[in-house]
Design a protein around this ligand. Structure first.
Ligand code: DGP
Ligand code: NA
Ligand code: NA
Length: 236
């Protein structure tokens, strides 16, 4: 029986070099003669993805809970695709996943004062901020990564890289909160990894030069190149 492909997720803060590193990783895997498929979330090409894109460009305003569910729905749109690639023995390399979903929503919601303006005042006041357990729920049972590489960078170093971009979340105080939530997620994932037998969480210091980061990532990906014997897990 042929082995299934490995599911590898690259997570990270904005400006961590995540997308560049994922591309380098893809090329390396391919040059080694293995099949690899790259996926990136949010995937802005679908109708749901277009709503997310509009939100990120601040062209539309949506309640935090709604946004959270859209990002999650966007992942569900590709869940069966991911599973079928893995079954075909392909390594799936995924730029952001459910961990970003939790980190950004919890961080955003904890900094938003509840609006006291307008006719929605009374109902808005009843909406609670997004908690970690609430944020985890919609991604429950999505394919679980065999390995998550978290590219960690301090907001200070991110600033030396030219600062953040124009999108909604790309502000220093928000990035600090995101980093804190990612840290908590990492602890929870690591605590469950042994039990469930899947899903290691590895923190990679992405503040170093690019080749050092690539080499460390490669060291973790290499053992997965020949595939995985165990069935694909499911999140939490
Ligand atoms: P990127 O294309 O990787 O730069 O991601 C766009 C932005 O969206 C980035 O600031 C991180 C944020 N983001 C990614 N995934 C999620 C998610 O699932 N939920 C929320 N709330 N934000 C996300
Ligand atoms: Na970004
Ligand atoms: Na993304």
């Amino acid at each position: 029986m042929t082995r299934r492909g490995a599911f590898v997720v690259v997570e990270g803060l904005d400006r961590s070099g995540k997308t560049t590193q994922a591309e380098i990783m893809r090329r390396r895997i391919q040059e080694g003669g293995r099949e690899v498929v790259c996926i990136k979330f949010p995937d802005r090409s679908t109708p749901i993805g277009k709503m997310i894109d509009s939100y990120l460009h601040s062209q539309s305003d949506l309640d935090d809970h709604v946004v959270h569910l859209l990002f999650s729905a966007n992942r569900w749109e590709f869940a069966s695709t991911i599973l079928s690639y893995l079954e075909q023995g392909k390594l799936v390399l995924c730029d952001r996943y459910a961990f970003s979903g939790i980190a950004f929503s919890v961080a955003k919601s904890s900094q938003t004062p509840i609006s006291t303006e307008g006719h929605l005042e009374s109902s808005l006041e009843k909406l609670s901020p997004i908690t970690l357990p609430w944020a985890r729920a919609p991604d429950s049972a999505l394919p679980s990564p065999d390995l998550t590489l978290f590219l960690d960078i301090s907001p200070e170093v991110a600033l030396t890289r030219g600062g953040y971009g124009e999108e909604r979340y790309e502000k220093a105080d928000m990035q600090k909160r995101v980093r804190n939530v990612f840290e908590e997620i990492g602890r929870q994932v690591s605590a469950n990894a042994g039990e469930a037998g899947d899903g290691r969480w590895v923190v990679v210091d992405a503040g170093r030069d690019m080749s050092a980061v690539t080499e460390e990532m490669w060291g973790h990906v290499q053992p997965l190149l020949d595939g995985v014997d165990s069935p694909v897990g499911r999140l939490w």
